[in-house]
Design a protein around this ligand. Structure first.
Ligand SMILES: Nc1ncnc2c1ncn2[C@@H]1O[C@H](COP(=O)(O)OP(=O)(O)OP(=O)(O)O)[C@@H](O)[C@H]1O
Ligand SMILES: O=C(O)C1=C[C@@H](O)[C@@H](O)[C@H](O)C1
Ligand SMILES: [Mg+2]
Length: 412
């Protein structure tokens, strides 16, 4: 008999095991099953309580002996409790979505809300938006009445809630709408939690719009589910603690800066103090091409190098819990910004031009004048990319300061 767990078709992406282990001391198992086996498992009642995720949140309804009012109204469940053989269904995602909106201080009252998608989570978001007093709720989706192609009729929307998996790992950086077109936008929520920030959120944030990702929702629905599992009431700040822990663990530290300013050296040093894995974009390019950076520039030219750099940054930026040292020119491409920003806090390290290392660096050779020109072209790009700027006057001290700053801000 399983104590507690999560039932779904594919669970490799889920953080639920880690979250539940931080809430209380019970066994929480991943139960990955195809549809027929999932139904058999529920009929067997061989569990005390489970969460249910995609694509079974509606499938499970027919096996419930009782539904909470919210679950009944929304028409899907994510928590199933076995009360002496009787299966009772609840929807704690509803509570999670409300927490996500409230914690990000997005005010939905009397606002026009656009919900992307028409699955179980969209139904839950609709109920939450109604509860919070939205004046108008519109769904756009692939299958519903209003298709994505027609979303231009809703450019006056004030709040967007993405309930589709578009932009979720491994299809990072995909986006359904053009944020620029919405002139009255005040808040954007995305139920996706991997990456930490989807392109939708990065672009909204850049415009100064309030945003929230799906981590808050995920943790809040888990705490509510745990209360149903154990009958206990958990401390109000448990959500914040778990969110902080998760964010610190999954977030990367990205280091940008002029060629030869110490990015690789500092990346390796922070890796030592943090336990996060160190990766260096230039080293990966060298390994994969079998040539060093100056050979690549000489044999194939800068354009080839930039293309390869973009490809490596796109691949590495999707992953978690790393220290990523970049090459000095990574900031020349906006797509690199999106790839790096989605899971990371970005640090711009600065070092006086006359102290920059130049050996083996094709764009830095030619003396101080060349470096000055390069700096003129790039320094505002470094500043635009960066979440934090720091002088590198001492490798150990700079590394320790970056690690401290990262922890104070909980990562990405
Ligand atoms: N604060 C510092 N004091 C003294 N030497 C330093 C300092 N920071 C970096 N260095 C030295 O500068 C050299 C260049 O460092 P590193 O290779 O880490 O730079 P980088 O920014 O990764 O360069 P690139 O842009 O080519 O990738 C190394 O020899 C490193 O030891
Ligand atoms: O990805 C996950 O781990 C989950 C996602 C949501 O469906 C939740 O409703 C579920 O409880 C857990
Ligand atoms: Mg380097």
């Amino acid at each position: 008999m399983i104590e507690y767990g999560l039932l779904g078709k594919s669970l490799t992406h889920s953080f639920s095991k880690s979250i539940h282990s931080q809430i209380d001391d019970y066994d929480y198992t991943f139960i990955e099953k195809q549809e027929q086996d999932a139904k058999e498992f529920i009929k067997s009642r061989e569990f005390k309580g489970i969460n249910v995720t995609m694509p079974y949140k509606k499938t499970v309804l027919e096996f419930c002996d009782e539904l909470s009012n919210t679950a009944k109204k929304i028409g899907c469940i994510n928590t199933l409790i076995n009360k002496n053989g009787k299966l009772c269904g609840y929807n704690t995602d509803y509570y999670g979505i409300i927490r996500m909106i409230e914690k990000s201080q997005i005010d939905i009252k009397d606002k026009k809300v656009l919900i992307l998608g028409s699955g179980a989570t969209s139904d839950t978001a609709r109920e939450a938006a109604e509860y919070l007093g939205a004046s108008k709720i519109t769904f756009v989706s692939r299958k519903g009445n209003i298709k994505f192609d027609d979303y231009d009729k809703f450019y006056d929307s004030e709040i967007i809630i993405n309930c589709t998996p578009v932009g979720m790992y491994p299809n990072n950086l995909k986006i359904l709408v053009d944020i620029e077109k919405f002139n009255n936008l005040q808040g954007v929520c995305d139920v996706i939690y991997n990456p930490v920030k989807t392109r939708l959120l990065i672009e909204a944030e850049k415009k100064g719009i309030k945003t929230s990702n799906g981590l808050i929702m995920l943790v809040a629905q888990a705490v509510k589910a745990a209360e149903l599992f154990t009958g206990k009431k958990y401390d109000a700040n448990i959500e914040d603690k778990i969110i902080e822990n998760l964010k610190k663990n999954i977030s990367n530290i990205v280091i940008i800066g002029m060629p030869g300013s110490g990015k690789t050296t500092i990346g390796k040093e922070i890796s030592k103090i943090s336990g996060k894995k160190s990766v260096d974009i230039d080293e990966i390019i060298e390994r994969e091409t079998g040539k060093d950076i100056s050979q690549i520039f000489r044999d194939y030219g800068e354009e080839y190098f930039r293309q390869k750099e973009k490809e490596v940054i796109s691949r590495i930026g999707k992953e978690n819990n790393q220290i990523i040292s970049t090459g000095g020119g990574s900031i020349l491409d906006y797509e690199n910004y999106l790839s790096l920003k989605q899971n990371s806090r970005i640090y711009y390290i600065k070092r006086p031009l006359d102290k920059l290392a130049v050996d083996g660096r094709p764009l830095s050779s030619g003396g101080i004048n060349v470096l000055e020109k390069l700096y003129e072209q790039r320094h505002s790009l470094y500043e635009n990319f960066a979440d934090f700027e720091i002088d590198n006057d001492n490798i150990e001290r700079t590394s320790a300061d970056i690690w401290r700053e990262f922890n104070e801000n909980f990562g990405a």
